[in-house]
Design a protein around this ligand. Structure first.
Ligand SMILES: [Zn+2]
Ligand SMILES: [Zn+2]
Length: 406
């Protein structure tokens, strides 16, 4: 099990975004054989002229592996849902010419086209999910729907300035105990004075809001929005309340029963990767959020749905959602126990805690930008410990230092 497939670049000024080259302290776990008919290539970006290997999941659902350039995740699985009003996408993929071409070719392989698209449902604002939404809307007139909390992040990224963001990041890292050497390049960039838009400045503002628990207005389909904050504040999973096409009703089961249906899980539930849980970076807010607490609650909500199959945004479709939720829950529980033990030995800043945590490679080998992500992950766990009453900040400490509590 690994953590944080999604890390911003070392100097990547946009809040909570996905990695580019080599910016992750973790890597995807080895893919396992899929339990579905998924045929997508594993772990490599589809960069050739070959048409993308589209997977038919049955019941009017397809997936297209849209490459994420120079990224160990390989690709985003963009899903196509057939509706009576035209095809609807779940996520769009990274904004890059190769990715766009793959999406266009993939839609053709599914027997449709970009121009025919009716709408786009965005699981969350990260650029490997929402990157191509603007272009899709431009070429098709499709609407874009997103949860309000992630729409707020998009709005903020569009209007923020690089200098503002760098200033926020330096302040935050310093408060977390980051050494001079770590913040020096950021401070240099800040002193250099070059402002300008953030990379997220071109992300599309959605036209519609995805409301938690509501059935989406999709003609001929039953798709319900499940709000699953944690990986981002407005992450949603989409529950297809329709029987899996390969699943027969059990004896005694009503014909209308969906047998658990299927779940588009975005980055919330992936078969072999533990999604990055950092902080909801909002320079304008002083609210002490608890993203890890949110994530664990959201996991429970998903397990309760007991979907017959999970259609995630990375890797491959899988069954056994409940078992996967258990694995992730234990992973975080173990992590919290380990961190509390470290704090019982001595008082630590979030930075020192991140240095002491177990990653999939030694701390010295974790690149600059990924350390920023690692410290956010450490802080998310600290917040949970504080909320549970197992840790506390040492009064008056600066940078803030934490110790174990009872
Ligand atoms: Zn993500
Ligand atoms: Zn992702």
């Amino acid at each position: 099990m690994t953590d944080a497939p999604h890390a911003p670049q070392p100097t990547g000024p946009q809040p909570g975004t996905e990695p580019r080259r080599g910016a992750e302290p973790q890597r995807a776990a080895e893919p396992r054989p899929s339990t579905t008919r998924a045929t997508e290539p594993r772990g490599t970006a589809e960069r050739s002229a070959r048409p993308p290997r589209v997977t038919a999941h049955g019941g009017g659902i397809w997936s297209i592996p849209v490459p994420i350039p120079d990224n160990p995740l390989g690709h985003t699985l963009v899903y196509v849902i057939d509706t009576d009003a035209g095809p609807v996408l779940v996520d769009t993929g990274w904004d890059d010419p190769t990715s766009w071409q793959t999406l266009v070719d993939g839609l053709a392989a599914c027997g449709t086209s970009v121009g025919s698209l009716h709408g786009v449902l965005v699981t969350h604002h990260h650029p490997d999910h929402h990157g191509l939404s603007a272009r899709v809307r431009e070429e098709s007139g499709a609407w874009i729907a997103m949860h309000a909390a992630d729409a707020a992040v998009v709005r903020r990224s569009r209007s923020s300035d690089k200098r503002q963001w760098l200033g926020y990041l330096v302040g935050k890292l310093t408060a977390a105990g980051a050494p001079e050497a770590h913040t020096a390049p950021l401070r240099a960039a800040l002193a250099d004075g070059s402002g300008g838009p953030l990379p997220g400045a071109r992300a599309a503002l959605p036209d519609r809001e995805i409301e938690p628990n509501a059935l989406l207005a999709l003609e001929g389909r039953r798709l319900r929005a499940i709000w699953t904050p944690g990986h981002t504040p407005g992450h949603v999973c989409l529950h297809l309340e329709e029987r899996h096409p390969e699943q027969r009703p059990q004896p005694g089961e009503a014909a209308t029963d969906h047998g658990g249906g299927r779940l588009f899980s975005g980055d919330h539930l992936l078969p072999g990767i533990s999604p990055h849980i950092g902080l909801y970076e909002d320079p304008d807010s002083d609210e002490i959020t608890d993203p890890l607490g949110d994530y664990l609650d959201s996991l429970e909500r998903i397990a309760g749905l007991a979907p017959a199959e999970v259609l995630p945004a990375h890797q491959y479709a899988f069954t056994g959602a409940g078992a996967r939720v258990d694995e992730l829950t234990s992973h975080h529980a173990e992590r919290l126990t380990d961190l509390r033990a470290l704090l019982a030995e001595r008082e630590l800043t979030p930075w020192q805690l991140a240095e002491s945590m177990r990653w999939n490679r030694p701390w010295e080998q974790i690149p600059f930008g990924s350390r920023t992500i690692a410290v956010a992950e450490a802080e998310a766990h600290l917040r949970r410990l504080v909320k549970l009453g197992h840790a506390e900040a040492v009064p008056g400490s600066a940078p803030v230092t934490y110790r174990a509590a009872d």
